[in-house]
Design a binder for this molecule. Structure first.
Ligand code: AMP
Ligand code: GLY
Length: 423
């Protein structure tokens, strides 16, 4: 069968790479893709970057199945449009995508469903927001309601910072219209984990756990990014924690969404904090995480095409899902200036050498310019490797990433170290 992937980052390169290895898949298309995707798939530029554009690419390529990578088109209703046109697609509807599109929707949903999450208040009024702060201690977390490309969450150390943040949210200075409404919530402490389930709207299968590294500098210093690296290791959650998360978060969410008339079909990502009170949900995403996907799909040991096709048709099949036990690590190489103003156009060298060391190098922000591969975005590459132990996987990933060079390259040197501390 032919599969179309929508998106053009590291996550989509990893999806295309794993789909290309699937026995059930003959051709992979990525729209718009990137130079990395082009080595395993056919990249197709959409005639227009709207849902209509994606529809026309799906028709033109004759795709039997479309898999949606990023949240934007999901929240805009790309799945509804595909289904209305009789095209098979894997991802949540616009209604179900509110779990990521609106933090207020998501928090209220968790409250209704009895899913463990931080205590919160939501408001769109600055006076009320100030009053609400009286009921919280510090640090306190302020979150923009809408999509903000990873910049919508601010951990405020004291009241002055909270007030400045609220003002920035309501005036639009911080994240534009996404900050017109906010969630103010209790600060939780513990180890973080990313847990992703694959659902057909009724049942949900667990993928392996992983962990992202959000800040630009090692030891969680500096501003947040889209993610500077991730590792996947089955031990991130113990058996009891895994059962708890499946029962109290994943299955509960899928059942409640169905009961409320907006069944969730797609990848359901829970950002978790392992608190002293047990695992709690920090946020839901309605798609695969980036860069978690690069690490996860590196470990995957099954026909992803067949798995997603069955799920899209409404029947997830547990027997189609398998992972290798070996942990994996994805080290992100970021451009000069990231996560602030990014410089582009720096020539990239050494990918072949990194691959000769056994790594898979996923492209995120690259483009071809006069025959040379150059940087074109904040996160440039995701160098991904596995190992018999997590320690080995880390060493393998860094040995490979050390082969790659471009001016201004930024690398966090502690990807996976949190895992080594866990055990
Ligand atoms: P997000 O952009 O929604 O993924 O959130 C970014 C990060 O903010 C999360 O990965 C956590 O590290 C942190 N965070 C979000 N909510 C809380 C909370 N209630 N307590 C502590 N940290 C939080
Ligand atoms: N890595 C976090 C995310 O994809 O939102």
């Amino acid at each position: 069968m032919k599969v179309l992937v929508l998106g053009g980052g590291g996550r989509e390169h990893a999806l295309a790479w794993r789909l290309k290895k699937s026995d059930s898949v003959s051709d992979v298309y990525v729209c718009p893709g990137n130079p990395g995707c082009a080595s395993v798939a056919t990249c197709v530029k959409p005639p227009i970057t709207t849902i209509e554009g994606f529809l026309s690419v799906a028709r033109e390529t004759g795709a039997d199945l479309t898999v949606v990578g990023p949240e934007g088109p999901l929240v805009d209703g790309v799945v509804d449009a595909f289904e209305a046109n009789g095209l098979l697609v894997f991802g949540p509807s616009r209604a179900a995508a509110q779990l990521e599109g609106s933090k207020i929707f998501s928090k209220r949903f968790m409250e209704r469903a009895g899913i463990p999450t931080a205590r919160f208040v939501s408001t769109d009024d600055v006076g009320e927001a100030r009053k609400v702060l009286d009921g919280f201690s510090y640090p306190v977390v302020v979150k923009a309601d809408g999509l903000a490309a990873g910049k919508g969450v601010v951990i405020c150390q004291d009241r002055a910072e909270a007030e400045t943040t609220l003002e920035g949210m309501f005036t639009g200075a911080l994240v534009g219209p996404a900050g017109a409404k906010v969630v103010i919530e209790e600060f939780l402490t513990g180890a973080e984990a990313s847990f992703i389930g694959l659902s057909d709207g009724e049942r949900v299968l667990p993928l392996e756990p992983s962990q992202d590294h959000k800040t630009i500098y090692a030891n969680d210093q500096g501003p947040n990014t889209g993610g500077m690296g991730a590792y996947s290791d089955s031990r991130i959650l113990g058996a009891a924690q895994r059962d708890f998360v499946m029962r109290e978060v994943m299955e509960r969410t899928i059942a409640q969404m169905k009961a409320e008339g907006m069944p969730f079909k797609g990848f359901l990502y829970a950002g978790l904090m392992m608190t002293a009170r047990g695992p709690m949900v920090l946020e839901f995403n309605v798609r695969l995480g980036d860069p978690e996907t690069q690490a996860l799909l590196h470990r995957m040991d099954c026909d992803l095409g067949a798995l997603l096709m069955e799920a899209a048709r409404g029947r997830v099949k547990p027997e189609l899902l398998a992972f290798r036990e070996e942990p994996s690590v994805c080290v992100v190489l970021a451009a000069h200036g990231y996560p602030g103003k990014v410089r582009t156009g720096d020539a990239i060298e050494g990918i072949g050498e990194a691959e000769a060391r056994g790594a898979t190098v996923f492209h995120a922000g690259t483009k071809m310019e006069r025959g040379r591969l150059v940087t074109s975005g904040g996160r440039v590459l995701g160098v991904t490797h596995s190992g018999e132990t997590l320690q080995e996987a880390i060493a393998n990933a860094y040995r490979a990433s050390d082969e790659i060079r471009f001016d201004g390259m930024q690398v966090r040197r502690d990807i996976g170290a949190k895992g080594l501390k866990r055990w």
